[in-house]
Write a protein that binds this ligand. Structure first.
Ligand code: T1G
Length: 685
């Protein structure tokens, strides 16, 4: 194990090198060794200047997020930064990679900064519900002024080395000879130049406070943004040490907030979900050409995603009409992207140059990875796969788009069970790619699908090939929980309003009207599980499709207009309640949110129990990236841990007393509750 920090000496200089892969996070061991190296360099009379640099892909990308919530091990990052800034010898920082958060704060404590031309610099703490907690709120405005400082901290977005140089955040930009340049500059022994003593951006207090007022007026009631503005305001009004004290208190308050806990959980959950066991010992097969079966909405969207990722794509459709419509769909995508300025006309043309449309299965022979987006028609798929088996090259992978069919059987029909899996994206703009592993799927095929998901900039989720995989299982549980609430007395607009206030991107019934009730109705018909309410099916059978037909749960007086609650739907709901002799209850918004979260926890625990997912936090990653669950809440399993598994199990048992068909405590949850353990105890990587 290499030392995370080493001290080198060269021609009167001390060169301190941080080497703590993968991102040189400033964990306790790094901080302790950095402090030691600084002390040695300062005490060494032969040393005239100190260079701070890092090996690997980046200068520290921040504090070690995994350490938060544990007792702080000295030296704290603020103290380390103050030690660096207080050095009587000049400290020069050589910055490359993603210089973020505490890493940038460390750099700002140096007296001189040079960034690699490709470096990105930022203070993304707000994305974790935090504020810069190592002097960033005090040094940044002194270096670049109040407006740029607030933009950097409140946006959480990185800036380029060039922008940083223009702002004065860095003193120079260099190429690949960065470290040599900084060493050369250090030999000239520049003056010690603490950021905390800079005043040029603090001279016009009136303008400074006007900026503070301007930004403050834009803020909502979220804790971290308000605390950032308070601390930056203090940078003007208080001495540096006073501002640091305020920052420390504000940071502690944010760190203790449920929002920060949720956001930090989400940060690791979305990285952990991509850790497939097969990655340890298998390598991806080369994928140079993608084949897509079917060029309707799903197939065309997938073709665009693959073209955008730079792949040559062949789309197989039926007949001239099919291929023409597919080409039109894909062409419209690039027209929209160009109109929105997201893709240049040239890039769009290059993408279309990589597209081949055909109605001849023989043309799929060049494909390394075939994504099946054909409609769910087993007979047609079986025939198609037989044809394909004759033309696909050895090692080509066949991926069904959904497990609605017996993919195991199809795998054998395709003559390539080891080369078959499920590659399911929950929608055209989906961020998730569910990789369903079949009984015979070869490990390197799983790794190849993982690599493809990454290339398509999707979050890969490994799952067992259950009928609805993960996202649709959770979506069904979510909708069933809402329907149970309707049955007992709530109305769709109350449920939608409560869940939007909870943080969902859109209410469940608004979403159903938006996507079309007939689509949900078809899926519900194909599943045998019990349904709490038949309202949706009745409406779909009556031709009420939601927005598309002008009425569903809501009535719409024009396309795109807001919906009013549909009185005919209420009549159908009331009729079903009477028919079922349901005793109506007064249901609060809080009841709605609690029951929905409990239903998602119950369904998530079931997926963990059956081994469909690898760990509970996979459920959270799927809910956030697949179903619009509010990221700041961390996901249902994380929220279950905040409630306590014992309390969760008790509440579900209570609901099951009244509705045994709708509620069940999975054994894995029962065990956690009995042992007073948490879902996070099962999140081993
Ligand atoms: N702490 C701990 N682990 C981290 C980490 C961090 N700051 N950043 C990344 N990792 C791990 C990550 O979990 C993964 O681990 C591996 O590194 C590669 O990450 C006091 C309070 C730097 C742009 O918010 O934005 O400083 O899965 O898969 O896509 O004021 O990581 O391999 O085991 O994301 O190339 C502020 C967070 C912290 C930056 C690289 N800093 N990181 O992206 O790789 S708070 C951040 C990122 C702070 C101070 C405050 C990205 C990246 P594993 P990756 P990537």
């Amino acid at each position: 194990m290499t030392e995370p920090v080493r001290l080198e000496r060269t021609s009167g200089l001390a060169v301190i090198v941080i080497d703590n892969p993968p991102v040189n996070a400033l964990g306790a061991a790094v901080r302790q060794r950095l402090a030691k190296a600084m002390a040695e360099a300062v005490a060494d009379d032969t040393v005239t200047a100190i260079v701070l640099t890092a090996d690997g892909r980046t200068f520290p990308a921040g504090a070690d997020i995994a350490e938060f919530g544990q007792p702080v091990v000295a030296p704290s990052l603020p103290d380390l930064c103050n030690q660096i800034e207080a050095s009587p010898k000049p400290v020069l920082a050589a910055l490359h990679g993603t210089v973020l958060g505490g890493g940038l704060e460390l750099a700002m404590a140096a007296h001189f900064r040079v960034a690699h031309e490709a470096a990105q610099l930022g203070l993304p703490e707000i994305t974790l519900g935090l504020i810069p907690g190592a002097g960033g709120t005090q040094r940044t405005p002194r270096l670049i002024g109040v407006e740029a400082a607030l933009e950097l901290m409140l946006s959480g977005l990185p800036i380029s080395a060039q922008e940083a140089h223009e702002l004065g955040l860095v003193d120079g930009v260099a190429g690949d000879d960065l470290r040599d340049i900084v060493i050369m500059l250090a030999k000239e022994t520049p003056s010690v130049n603490p950021a905390s003593k800079k005043r040029q951006h603090m001279m016009d207090g009136t303008e400074y406070m006007a900026q503070i007022a301007l930004w403050r007026a834009e803020l909502g009631d979220e804790l971290a943004p308000n605390k950032i503005v308070d601390c930056v305001e203090a940078a003007l009004l208080l001495p540096f040490e006073g501002g640091m004290d305020l920052e420390r208190e504000a940071f502690a308050e944010c760190l203790a907030s449920p929002v920060s806990a949720g956001l930090r959980h989400a940060f690791f959950a979305e990285r952990r979900v991509a850790k497939f066991p097969e990655l340890k010992d298998s390598h991806a097969r080369p994928v140079d050409h993608i084949g897509i079966l079917g060029g309707r909405v799903a197939g065309a969207a997938l073709a665009c995603a693959c073209l955008d990722a730079g792949f040559p794509v062949t789309v197989l459709e039926r007949g001239q009409a099919g291929t023409t419509q597919a080409l039109e769909r894909i062409g419209r995508h690039y027209q929209r992207e160009a109109a929105a300025g997201r893709v240049s006309q040239q890039k769009g043309a290059e993408a279309l140059d990589r597209l081949t449309l055909t109605d001849d299965p023989a043309k799929m022979g060049s494909a390394d990875f075939v994504l099946d987006c054909m409609p769910e028609d087993t007979a047609r798929k079986t025939q198609m796969l037989r044809n394909l088996d004759a033309v696909l090259k050895p090692g080509a992978i066949y991926a069904a788009n959904t497990p609605d069919q017996d993919v195991e059987a199809l795998a054998h029909v395709a003559g390539r069970p080891a080369d078959t899996l499920i590659f399911h994206m929950t929608g055209p703009g989906a961020k998730l790619a569910e990789i369903g592993v079949l009984r015979h799927t070869a490990p390197d095929v799983v790794v190849t699908a993982h690599a493809l998901a990454r290339a398509l900039r999707k979050v890969p989720v490994r799952c067992a090939a259950e009928p609805d995989l993960v996202a649709n299982t959770l979506l069904h549980a979510y909708r069933e929980a809402c329907d149970r609430l309707l049955l007992r007395g709530a109305l769709p607009n109350q449920v939608d309003g409560a869940l939007r206030k909870f943080g969902m991107v859109i209410g469940p019934y608004e979403m159903l009207d938006h996507t079309g009730l007939h689509i949900a109705h078809m899926r519900r018909k194909s599943r045998s599980t019990p349904k709490a309410l038949m309202l949706l099916d009745r409406m779909a059978e009556a031709g009420w499709l939601g927005r598309k037909s002008g009425q569903g749960y809501y009535v719409y007086d024009f396309e795109g207009g807001a919906g009013m609650l549909n009185p005919k739907m209420v009549q159908l709901l009331e009729a079903e309640r009477q028919q079922r002799r349901v005793e109506l209850e007064a249901i609060s918004d809080a009841d709605i949110c609690t029951e929905v979260v409990l239903a998602l926890i119950a369904a998530g625990a079931g997926l963990v129990e059956r081994g469909v997912v690898q760990r509970p936090s996979d459920i959270d990653a799927v809910m956030i990236h697949g179903l619009g669950y509010p990221r700041a809440r961390g996901g249902p399993m994380h929220e279950g841990d905040q409630m306590g598994t014992f309390d969760v199990a008790r509440r579900i048992d209570k609901l099951a007393e009244k509705d045994p068909k709708g509620w069940r405590v999975a054994p894995v949850l029962r065990k956690l509750a009995a042992e007073r353990h948490r879902f996070s105890d099962l999140n081993a990587v």
